[in-house]
Design a protein around this ligand. Structure first.
Ligand code: FAD
Length: 377
């Protein structure tokens, strides 16, 4: 049986970032990712200023990856449009490219990466973790970083998770030249009955279209992607214009169900030693905020710092206190935005006072982790 210092389970944003930080700090780390190769994920693919900061720290050059620069936002419902400049420059890049770049960087920094390595079971033994990996046998680890995103491992489900009624979809499109230049530099958010959609350019002239809708409304629209899309486009003429004649890059969109928006992990008193939950395993912010990746990266940095200087208990307490206020605010806004009347009210307010949009974006931030001297073990 092979024994490792640290094993990271999951090679998304949180897992990839943690593996890089661990390797840069001289730790022998093994990362296990269940997918055999780079893949797409349901995500708005908007990279906030905080996420960019963390990615730069990790050594990623997002411009070299052809990320699109986003400086403004349009909020739309029906024919109404409110627009504002963002208080920072965002970027937009597909998760296929971004996650892959992180794993390559982790490998370059000395982390060992196993792809097509799905963890099927984890057991806490007296001295270490015992990890069963499909097709690779059993390995042991002193410390385990769990970064499996929305997927819970059997017997290690997150306590307190309440799945929401939302369904998420995403599809990449090839736009016409005119549509591309009209969309350039901004993210367009469309509010519609039961949900919202985001459209922005990504690398290589493609556009990412990602939406969430309640199951109830999905059923009302006709319970298929085609019926949903045509219902949304009918109700949203500016979006219909943007996608008119655009070519979907895939035959079917990617989808995801039951996102536990508002979840923030609370470490139980009986938590096993040496287990850190990162990214969506630690907290899930409503999608419209475009902040899930920043949280995944924040938790990765914090977890590694605590692993080196503190411990898992300190990590979970600190992460919860960093994230709870932010996630509460976003969940509250997301709840309101479900209702058509509230959507109309928001559009009305944002059209008169566009600086409100800028203000909300400015207040949705977390500071980079810094442990106080009193917290270090
Ligand atoms: C509709 C929608 C839109 C969003 N839009 C944005 C946005 O615009 N901007 C933003 O910042 N955030 C956005 N988010 C949030 C963001 O996508 C997530 O918060 C982020 O991906 C979490 O990163 P993670 O590393 O925790 O999980 P993931 O990125 O999901 O990575 C988890 C990895 O673990 C692997 N894995 C799972 N189980 C196992 C196993 N048993 N063994 C081995 N590997 C395993 C998976 O294959 C995957 O690669 C959005 C989310 C949704 C649902």
């Amino acid at each position: 049986m092979k024994r490792r210092e640290v094993v990271v389970v999951g090679g998304g944003l949180a897992g990839g970032a943690a593996a890089i930080r661990l390797a840069q700090n001289g730790q022998k780390v093994l990362l296990l990712e269940k997918e055999p190769a780079a893949h797409d994920k349901v995500c708005g693919e908007f990279i906030s200023a905080d996420a960019q900061h963390y990615l730069r720290e990790l050594g990623l050059d997002l411009a070299a990856l052809d990320a699109e620069r986003i400086t403004s936002i349009w909020l739309m419902r029906g024919q109404s449009i409110a627009s504002a400049r963002l208080p920072f420059s965002g970027l937009s890049l597909s998760r296929r490219v971004l996650d892959e770049a992180l794993l390559l960087r982790a490998h370059d920094q000395g982390a060992q990466i196993w792809r097509g390595a799905a963890v099927t079971a984890m057991v806490r033994e007296p001295e270490c973790w015992r990890i069963e990996v499909a097709g690779h046998g059993v390995i042991q680890a002193e410390t385990l970083l769990l970064a499996t995103g929305k997927h819970d491992l059997r017997k290690w489900r997150r306590a307190g998770v309440t799945q929401t009624d939302f369904v998420g979809f995403k599809c990449h499109f090839l736009l016409t030249t005119a549509q591309r230049s009209a969309l350039s530099g901004r993210v367009e958010m469309t509010l519609f009955d039961g949900g919202y959609a985001g459209l922005s350019l990504i690398e290589r002239g493609k556009a990412n279209f990602c939406l969430v809708v309640t199951r109830r409304h999905f059923a009302r629209y006709g319970k298929t992607w085609d019926a949903l899309l045509s219902g949304i486009l009918k109700a949203s003429p500016p979006l219909a214009e943007r996608l008119h004649g655009a070519q979907p890059c895939w035959p079917r969109p990617l989808s995801i169900f039951g996102m536990p928006y508002g979840f923030v992990y609370r470490v139980p008193s009986s938590a096993p030693p040496g287990l850190y939950r990162l990214g969506d395993q630690m907290a899930v912010i409503p999608s419209f905020s475009g902040y899930g990746m920043s949280i995944a990266l924040h938790t990765a940095f914090l977890a590694v710092e605590c692993h080196l200087r503190g411990g898992a208990d300190l990590y979970h307490r600190q992460a919860r206190s960093d994230l709870l206020p932010l996630i509460r605010r976003a969940s509250w806004l997301s709840k309101i935005a479900e209702y058509p009347l509230a959507q109309r009210g928001m559009l009305f307010a944002f059209r008169i006072r566009p600086e409100l949009i800028t203000m909300i974006a400015r207040h949705s931030r977390i500071s980079p982790p810094k442990l106080g001297a009193d917290q270090v073990c």
